[in-house]
Design a protein around this ligand. Structure first.
Ligand code: PMP
Length: 354
């Protein structure tokens, strides 16, 4: 190793799902929405003034997007933090809130960015094993710690913690910050947002990437007490002042305005999920009940790694982790009915060949 290399920060980065550029593939590997964003977003994108791009964007918390989100969730604008996707929001939240020097807690099977942020920011952490049925046990999060984070529904399992259990964790941890990552809450979960009235140590994080079909716009946000949000803004403005680009801030507003479209696409995804569950069962797959826009499924005979590779031959991409406890599972994003039909046909052939 060269001398200069000794003083380089060395981290193992997060590995996102593949983004194959090939045309015509069925992409069920990164939990994107199979439907386009709201028609209001389309209209806006066509009307946007390109000259404005020469100007820096406004600070996100002063934008119409913050006002729309505040109105939508019936909170004040001081209780909203906006970032470049929820990854940015979560990363800033790790940096801001997890400084106790004590291990933060999260599940052993969860969003695999959490340990990466903990490592990059030098935050100690401890993981808590999911139960055999892949659910989170709230009792695991009640002991002394430096903060708690979990997705609800959890990813990649899709399981949901009921509001009483979420409250149990928040109530027991009032000396630290508890972050509930609600990336997938719109697909049938019960949000922790009503708990914000009672707990100033709770931060709820949301994204436009899944249920609002805008992963490419990179919009995420957090809702929390004005005090939490002000701390978050102080850290964020000490790293980069102009994180959100102008077009995304404007397009996000249109997405929030179109609640009917948002509800319609969530409803469609939930209906396709139910249909997919039935068909996967008929092929011999088992999975925990999912509250996300994906299903985490294992086959009782055929190895997940084999199915994963075979599906690529059909131009179908799903997600697979060569990781302890979950190496026999595939995480399958819910696509359109037609995409799920193609998946079903491919799976039937792959399983028949064994
Ligand atoms: N949280 C969870 C649980 C996720 O699965 C994802 C998607 N990879 C994110 C946060 C981040 O999504 P985004 O940055 O697109 O908002």
């Amino acid at each position: 190793m060269r001398k200069w290399e000794e003083n380089v920060k060395k981290v193992v980065p997060y590995t996102p799902g593949e983004q194959p550029q090939k045309k015509g593939i069925i992409k069920l590997n990164t939990n994107e929405c199979p439907y386009p964003p709201s028609p209001l977003v389309e209209k806006k994108i066509k009307e946007m003034a390109y000259e404005d791009l020469r100007l820096y964007p406004e600070f996100p918390e002063k934008t119409q997007l913050a006002a729309e989100l505040a109105a939508y969730h019936q909170v004040s604008e001081e209780e909203i933090f906006i970032g470049v996707g929820s990854d940015d929001v979560l990363s800033m939240a790790f940096l801001t809130f997890f400084q106790a020097g004590k291990p933060i807690l999260f599940p052993d099977i969860t969003y695999s960015f959490y340990d990466v942020w903990a490592d990059v920011y030098g935050i100690p952490f401890q993981t808590k094993a999911l139960a055999e049925d892949l659910t989170i046990n709230p009792e695991d999060y009640l002991a002394d710690n430096g903060g708690v984070i979990f997705p609800n529904p959890n990813a990649p399992t899709g399981t949901l913690l009921c509001l009483e259990d979420v409250e149990k964790i928040v109530a027991a941890n009032q000396d630290v910050v508890v972050i509930v990552d609600e990336a997938y809450i719109d697909f049938g979960g019960i949000s922790a947002l009503p708990l914000l009235k009672k707990y100033e140590n709770l931060l709820v994080v949301r994204t436009f990437s899944k249920s609002r079909a805008m992963a490419g716009a990179r919009i995420g946000y957090a809702v929390g007490s004005a005090k939490l949000i002000s701390y978050l803004n102080n850290v964020k403005y000490s790293v980069n002042s102009y994180t959100m680009n102008r077009p995304s801030l404007e397009l996000g507003v249109e997405a929030v305005k179109d609640d009917a479209y948002f509800k319609e696409i969530c409803g469609r995804i939930i209906a396709t999920r139910t249909r997919t569950e039935e068909r996967l069962k008929s092929l011999g797959f088992t999975f925990p009940k999912s509250y996300g826009n994906f299903i985490f499924a294992a086959h009782h005979e055929v190895k997940a790694g084999y199915i994963f590779e075979k599906l690529k031959e059909y131009d179908i991409y799903v997600r697979h982790w060569e990781k302890e406890r979950i190496s026999n599972y595939l995480r399958i994003t819910i696509g359109t009915d037609e995409e799920m039909d193609a998946l079903f046909r491919a799976l039937r052939e792959i399983i028949k060949q064994i």
